[in-house]
Design a protein around this ligand. Structure first.
Ligand code: ACO
Length: 165
């Protein structure tokens, strides 16, 4: 499995993965906005074992993390934000999400001197909550009521990045 930076040409495949894996979907231009504004922060996992049948064959993208810097942080502290993360069902529980997250967190510190990274997660999303809290050591800051379009609450989580600065 290769983890590499997101390229603008990957965006249709990322959008496909997002539609497959999450109810929160975005217009193509929102992905492009991330890729062009913070090209250092978003990564994809590519299944390198998949044979390329023609020179025009697309790589198989099995996971992505889409990330950004908060442009006008309310607390005045430079920090990153995870907009979306997903791994295809066929490739879950292999450590791909953890690797994608760690790459992005490192880039937030190295490129933008981020002090912390934040994200929202559905309160019912046990897999993602385990990844964020147990594996990556995020803490839950608060619950945001009815954050999602279907009325579900979100946990607002954050990870201090000062230790890896
Ligand atoms: N139940 C419990 N724990 C789980 C589960 C699960 N279903 N899946 C993974 N984990 C644990 C792993 O055991 C591992 O724990 P460990 O470090 O204690 O061994 C840890 O989570 C990390 O596992 P990875 O293999 O890195 O995770 P994976 O590549 O399978 O991806 C993800 C996890 C992204 C949550 C995946 O299940 C997925 O794509 N789900 C659908 C989309 C989604 O929910 N995305 C997150 C939304 S929040 C956001 O985007 C900001």
């Amino acid at each position: 499995m290769d983890i590499r930076l997101l390229r603008p040409s990957d965006i249709p495949l990322i959008q496909h993965a997002n539609l497959e894996n999450l109810p929160e979907n975005y217009f193509l231009k929102y992905y492009l906005y991330h890729a062009l504004s913070w090209p250092q922060l978003s990564y994809v996992a590519v299944d390198a074992s998949r044979p390329k049948k023609t020179p025009y064959d697309y790589p198989k993208i099995v996971g992505y993390v889409l990330a950004k810097m908060e442009e006008e942080p309310a607390d005045g502290v430079q920090h990153g934000h995870i907009t979306s993360l997903s791994v295809m069902r066929t490739h879950r529980r292999l450590g791909i999400a953890e690797k994608l997250m760690r790459q992005s967190q490192l880039a937030m510190v190295e490129t933008f001197s981020a002090h912390y990274v934040s994200l929202h997660v559905r309160v019912s999303n046990q897999a993602a909550i385990h990844l964020y809290q147990q594996t990556l050591a995020f803490s839950c800051e608060r619950t945001e009521a009815k954050y999602y379009a279907d009325g579900e609450d979100a946990f607002c989580m954050r990870l201090n990045l000062d230790e890896i600065r």
